[in-house]
Write a protein that binds this ligand. Structure first.
Ligand SMILES: NC(=O)c1ccc[n+]([C@@H]2O[C@H](COP(=O)([O-])OP(=O)(O)OC[C@H]3O[C@@H](n4cnc5c(N)ncnc54)[C@H](O)[C@@H]3O)[C@@H](O)[C@H]2O)c1
Length: 511
């Protein structure tokens, strides 16, 4: 923990995010005192914040707040934990002063914050609509200022994340630490351009590299310190038990032990196979995921689903095994062929539809697929869903948006005609047709089309696709497979029953 002492930790976030409690928890772990700027403003004024607001107005409060906050930030030294009032970051001078410190944003959704914050002692919580508008505005400012983004809902994320600040100190400037929480374990996610070239190593001990021959040609040199490297043949057709067996045996031959770790450098195929080997070799060893495709950076490297295909079905054999850490370096995407970037963009659009809010706004405004803020937004969306439901018992099913028809297309075309992301693009259009929002379907079709993704299904009969949905892994017993539908961006439901004829019509429309 002492490594976190290089700078002060400053907690920012909306009202109800738990800044005071988090600063106290961090201070306790660091053996220092927490400083709460709202309390200091109150002490100086001799009245509670609510009364200051009521009697003198917000403007007067902000002036007093800025003065106090600037004084605190000027003095705050290494290892101190400071919590700021929710609106303090609206001052440009405060934002400037924050640059000298480690800024930790406690992120939460509007629902959670409203539940926690709403009350007479909070002057800005009189009206829900205003509350949400203010949140949307502020979230952009918090995000911009943040070095560390923690889910506010996760109780002990603060103390668990503290030791990882030492790794963040070794990362290139501008790298962010995100926090992944799941029932079976939590782990850090580092997002930053150049962190692979800089040789960032989140874990101590010996690393065993797994990659594929294509990725190795571009990026394996950065992992020359690995004690052993294994290169798979690239492609979905190698995501098999046979490949896993090759890896298990090579790990045994090269004497990998449980104090060592795997490093999975590659796209979703490498990540899934290496993750599966990590889950099973000697009943489980740590794996660091280093995703090199957009699909992997926004989706497959997180959440702990690992596995391989069998001829009877995709991802039919696998295990849940959360990574020990994930390194996301957008620079690695520089060598990715445009079709693979496009395939990843389909997952970006899917995730933005699930998230709604600022991520959806960014994507619909035409942000490039590989924009680091878009990538980070997608990661946080997926992590928030997995934090709620690691094993697909409920909410995690929303991540399957567009995937029921996509998997059926892949199965019916023998996994060779479309990339996974291309099938997802078609699947999204079908899901939006079934959701009944014509304008949204049009808008999404426009985004996918502009990215060069296919809008037409060919080479397979729609009936065959609908038949294939009947074998979907997500179905339960003899029930038909449920669909994920979009009411509006940010409002996605799962477990919907859809009539076979409607599915057929939605797929026919694509053909
Ligand atoms: N575990 C999960 O939660 C999850 C989620 C989504 C998808 N997936 C799985 O992910 C797989 C698809 O992943 P993918 O789209 O990353 O495919 P992929 O791993 O096959 O990579 C696509 C191609 O890009 C090449 N490549 C990778 N990185 C590169 C780089 N930086 N420069 C140049 N070439 C590069 C690869 O060699 C490969 O040929 C599927 O098997 C899917 O089932 C898993």
């Amino acid at each position: 923990v002492e490594a976190a002492l290089s700078r002060a930790l400053v907690f920012v976030g909306f009202m109800g995010a738990g800044k005071t409690t988090s600063a106290r928890a961090a201070a306790a772990a660091l053996g220092t005192e927490a400083i709460d700027t709202d309390r200091l403003v109150e002490e100086e004024a001799g009245t509670p914040v609510a009364q200051l607001f009521a009697e003198h107005g917000e403007g007067e409060f902000r002036v007093r707040e800025e003065k106090v906050v600037l004084e605190v930030l000027e003095r705050a030294g290494a290892g101190q934990a400071v919590s700021l009032g929710g609106g303090a970051v609206t001052s440009p001078r405060v934002r400037e002063a924050l640059r000298a410190h480690r800024v930790v944003w406690l992120e939460a959704d509007a629902e959670t914050l409203w539940r926690r914050a709403h009350g007479p002692e909070r002057p800005l919580t009189a009206d829900r609509e205003r509350f949400e508008l203010l949140l949307a505005e502020r979230a952009a400012v918090y995000e911009d200022a943040a070095d560390v983004i923690l889910p506010a809902a996760a109780g002990n994320a603060v103390t668990e994340a503290l030791p990882w600040l030492a790794v963040l100190d070794r990362a290139p400037e501008g790298t962010r630490l995100l926090w992944a929480q799941a029932a079976s374990g939590s782990y850090p996610v580092f997002v930053g351009a150049g962190l692979v070239a800089a040789g960032l190593r989140p874990l101590d001990g010996r690393g065993f590299l797994v990659t594929d021959t294509t990725v190795a040609g571009h990026h394996a040199a950065a992992f020359a310190d690995a004690v052993h490297s294994m290169e798979l043949e690239p492609g979905e057709e190698h995501k098999t038990v046979a490949t896993a067996e090759l890896l298990w045996r090579e790990l045994a031959r090269t004497e990998m032990t449980r104090t060592d770790h795997l490093v999975a450098l590659g796209g979703g195929v490498v990540g899934d196979v290496a993750g599966f080997c990590a889950a099973t070799y000697q009943r489980g060893v740590p794996v660091v995921q280093v995703p090199t495709t957009l699909v992997a950076q926004v989706d497959s490297a997180f959440g702990g689903k690992t596995g391989v295909d069998i001829p009877e079905g995709k991802n039919y054999v696998g295990a849940y095994h959360q990574p020990a850490a994930v390194l996301v370096d957008p620079d690695l995407l520089g060598t990715l062929p445009p079709e693979e970037v496009a395939a990843g963009y389909a997952e970006v659009v899917k995730t933005a539809l699930i998230a709604g809010g600022p991520l959806w706004e960014r994507v619909r405004a035409g942000a490039p697929a590989t924009d680091p803020d878009v990538i980070s937004g997608c990661i946080r969306t997926k992590l928030a869903v997995v934090a709620e439901d690691e094993r697909d018992a409920g909410r995690r099913q929303v991540l399957n948006l567009g995937h029921t028809v996509a998997h059926a297309i892949e199965t019916a075309t023998g996994y060779s005609r479309y990339r996974h992301g291309e099938a997802v693009a078609l699947g999204l259009l079908a899901a939006l047709r079934l959701s009944g929002d014509e304008a949204l379907r049009e808008e999404v079709a426009g985004l996918l089309g502009a990215a060069g993704l296919p809008a037409r299904l060919d080479g397979v009969a729609p009936e065959a696709v609908v038949e294939a949905t009947a074998r979907d892994k997500k179905r339960r017993g003899s029930e038909p497979v449920p669909f994920v539908l979009v009411t509006a961006p940010g409002d996605v439901t799962f477990g919907n029953r859809v009539a076979r004829d409607d599915v057929l019509a939605a797929v026919r429309e694509l053909a």
